[in-house]
Design a binder for this molecule. Structure first.
Ligand code: FAD
Length: 525
C-alpha cells in the first residue's frame, strides 16, 4: 500500500491531521491506529470514564519505574488505545494553558509559537456553545460546552474557593486564567466529543482517506536519511505501508519516542543497550519528560446527589441513561472533574502555579481502589514542575511497553509548590459552602509540613498530562524543529503532545489539537 501521508496513531493529534491533510482530494492519507474502533458506549457516555481509566479496556495502562520521589512506588500512566486516543478516555476538561506558556515556547527560539500566533489555531478547531468572541471560535469541529448537569457540590466548591479569596472565573480560556469556576468540556449535547468524533467520523467517507485499526506500527523505514514508510503488524500478519511524501508519528508522549527508538533513531547508548542498530543519532528522543504531579484530597460524603458506588446510584443510572439518550442531560453527562481553579501559591508569582480539579466521587489510586459510598475529591496539581524524567525501551520488542520514568518530585521546588497548593486546597475544601457535601477526610494524617510531605510522597501521582519526550527546538537535545521535522532527517515528523518543549499550565488535549492544526498547515505547505 502506498499513500502520500502515513500517520501513526489516531489520537488527539492524529485525527486532526487526518482530517486536515485529506481535505485536499489530490492527497492520499493513511491513518494507522493500534487500538480498536471507538464503538464502546463507555467512550461516548461521559460517565463511562471509570470503565476505562483504571482498567486495560481501550487503555495502554502503563506503569512507571519505581519513583524515588514517591518512596519507591510505581506510578500509573493511562493512555487511550482506540480511535481518538487519550481524547476518548480523558476527562473532557477544555483548557488551553496560560498565554505565557506559548510566549515561553517562542522565547526558547521557536518562531510562530507565541500566544497571539497560536490563538487563531485554537479558535479554528473550536465550536464554542457560548458563541464566538476574541478568544473563542464557532463552527469548528471540536464541541466545547458548559456541563449540562453539574452536581450541587461542584457549585459549592466554586463558592468555597471564592470565599477563600479566589475570584470567580467563568472562562479559564479567556482574558485571564486565574480563579475558580466550572470547567467547560469537550461535549456536544452531553456526548463526549473526542477527536475521532469531531475530526474523523465526519470525513471517514473521503475516498482519499484510509483508516486502519488494530494495526500496530513497529518501525519507521528509512532509505538513507529519508523516511519511506512503516512496518506494521495487524491481526493477519506483518506488512509494509509506503509514504511518498511524509511519515507522521503521532503515537503520543510514550508511543512516539518508543517507535523512533525501535527504528534506530535516538540516543546511541539506549539503542546499543537493546541491540538496535543506530540509523540516526538524536540523544533527546525520550528525554525531557515532564508531567503534572498531583495529590488528590479525598472526602466521604452523605450527599446522594453525587456519584458513588451505591445501590441508589445504580438505580438512578437507569432513568439517567434514558434521559441522556433523550436530551443529553442528567447524571451520566458528568465528566467527574466538573469544577476547578487556577491559583498562585505566592503573591509574588505572575501566573497560577497550581490547578485544582474538584471531582464528583472518591478518587483513590486513579479509581483502581474502590470505596463503597459517596464522596468528593480535590486534585491539586503542580502546573510547571521543574522535575524532568525520560522514556526509554524495556526491550527491542515492539510489544513490550516503553520504560517510563517521570522522575516525580526530584526537584524540591515541586514538593514545596505541591505542599503550598495542598494547604490552600484543604482550606477551600474545609469551607462552609461544602459542609453539606463533605464528610470525613480519608487518608488525612497530620497537618504539619513534614506530615503533609510524607502524605504527598505516599499518595501523589500523575494527573495525566505528560509531555515533552520529542521536544521541539534547535539545540542538541531537540528532536523536532519548530515545523515538526525530525532534525537531520527528511520526510519524517512528530506531531503530538511529545513535541511540547515545556509543560503548559493546564490540561493538554486542547494544546495537542492546536499543535496538530499547526502541523497540518506546515505539512500542507
Ligand atoms: C485518563 C486521562 C484523563 C485526561 N483528562 C484530560 C482532560 O480532561 N483534559 C485535557 O485537556 N487533557 C486530558 N488528558 C490528556 C490528553 O487527553 C492528552 O494529553 C492528549 O490526548 C494527548 O494526545 P496525543 O495525540 O499526544 O496522544 P494520544 O491521544 O494518546 O494518541 C496516541 C495514539 O497513538 C496510538 N498508538 C501508539 N503507539 C502506536 C503504534 N505503534 N502504532 C499505531 N498506533 C499507536 C495510541 O493507541 C493512541 O490512539 C487526559 C489523559 C488521560 C489519559
Amino acid at each position: 500500500m502506498q499513500f502520500d501521508y502515513v500517520i501513526v496513531g489516531a489520537g488527539s493529534a492524529g485525527c486532526v491531521l487526518a482530517n486536515r491533510l485529506s481535505a485536499d482530494p489530490s492527497r492520499s492519507v493513511c491513518l494507522i491506529e493500534a487500538g480498536p474502533p471507538d464503538r464502546s458506549p463507555l467512550i461516548h457516555i461521559p460517565a463511562g470514564i471509570p470503565g476505562m481509566l483504571p482498567t486495560r479496556y481501550l487503555n495502554w495502562a502503563y506503569k512507571t519505574v519505581p519513583q524515588r520521589g514517591l518512596l519507591g512506588r510505581c506510578g500509573y500512566q493511562p493512555r487511550g488505545r482506540t480511535l481518538g486516543g487519550s481524547s476518548s478516555i480523558n476527562a473532557m476538561v477544555y483548557i488551553r494553558g496560560h498565554r505565557s506558556d506559548y510566549d515561553g515556547w517562542a522565547a526558547l527560539g521557536n518562531p510562530g509559537w507565541s500566544y497571539d500566533e497560536v490563538l487563531p489555531l485554537f479558535r479554528r478547531s473550536e465550536d464554542q456553545a457560548r458563541g464566538a468572541d476574541h478568544y473563542h471560535g464557532t463552527g469548528g469541529e471540536l464541541a466545547v460546552s458548559d456541563l449540562p448537569s453539574p452536581v450541587h457540590a461542584s457549585l459549592a466548591f466554586v463558592e468555597a474557593a471564592i470565599r477563600r479569596g479566589l475570584r470567580a472565573n467563568a472562562d479559564f480560556n479567556g482574558a485571564d486564567q486565574e480563579g475558580a469556576g466550572l470547567y467547560q468540556v469537550t461535549q456536544r449535547r452531553g456526548r463526549r466529543c473526542s477527536t475521532a468524533v469531531a475530526f474523523l467520523s465526519p470525513v471517514r467517507a473521503r475516498p482519499n482517506l484510509t483508516v486502519l485499526t488494530g494495526v500496530r506500527v513497529e518501525r519507521v523505514l528509512l532509505a538513507g536519511q529519508r523516511a519511506t514508510g512503516v512496518l506494521v503488524q495487524g491481526r493477519t500478519g506483518a506488512g509494509q505501508i509506503d509514504a511518498a511524501r511524509e511519515v507522521i508519528v503521532s503515537a503520543g508522549v510514550f508511543g512516539s519516542p518508543q517507535l523512533l527508538m525501535l527504528s534506530g533513531i535516538g540516543a546511541r547508548e539506549e539503542l546499543a543497550r537493546h541491540g538496535i542498530g543506530l540509523r540516526h543519532e538524536l540523544p533527546g528522543v525520550g528525554a525531557n519528560l515532564a508531567d503534572h504531579i498531583d495529590l488528590a484530597l479525598v472526602y466521604r460524603s452523605s450527599d446522594a446527589g453525587l456519584m458513588g458506588i451505591t445501590l441508589r446510584t445504580a438505580l438512578r443510572a437507569i432513568p439517567g441513561y434514558f434521559e441522556w439518550r433523550r436530551s443529553g442531560t442528567g447524571l451520566l453527562t458528568t465528566n467527574f472533574a466538573e469544577a476547578g481553579a487556577f491559583l498562585r501559591t505566592r503573591s509574588d508569582l505572575d501566573r497560577p502555579d497550581i490547578q485544582l480539579h474538584f471531582v464528583n466521587g472518591i478518587v483513590d489510586d486513579h479509581a483502581r481502589r474502590l470505596h463503597y459510598g459517596y464522596g468528593v475529591s480535590c486534585h491539586v496539581a503542580v502546573l510547571r514542575p521543574a522535575s524532568r524524567g525520560s522514556v526509554g525501551l524495556q526491550s527491542a520488542d515492539p510489544r513490550d511497553p516503553p520504560r517510563i520514568d517521570p522522575n516525580f518530585l526530584a526537584a524540591d521546588v515541586d514538593v514545596q509548590t505541591l505542599l503550598a497548593g495542598v494547604k490552600i486546597a484543604r482550606e477551600i475544601m474545609d469551607g462552609a459552602p461544602l459542609d453539606r457535601h463533605r464528610g470525613a477526610e480519608l487518608f488525612a494524617g497530620g497537618n504539619s509540613d513534614s506530615e503533609l510531605i510524607e502524605r504527598i510522597r505516599r499518595r501523589a501521582d500523575t494527573v495525566y498530562h505528560p509531555v515533552g519526550t520529542c521536544r521541539m527546538g534547535h539545540d542538541e537535545l531537540a528532536v523536532v524543529d519548530p515545523s515538526f521535522r525530525i532534525r537531520g532527517l527528511d520526510a519524517l515528523s512528530v506531531v503530538d503532545a511529545s513535541v511540547m518543549p515545556a509543560p503548559v499550565g493546564g490540561n493538554t488535549n486542547a494544546p495537542t489539537i492546536m499543535i496538530a492544526e499547526k502541523a497540518a498547515e506546515h505539512l500542507a505547505a
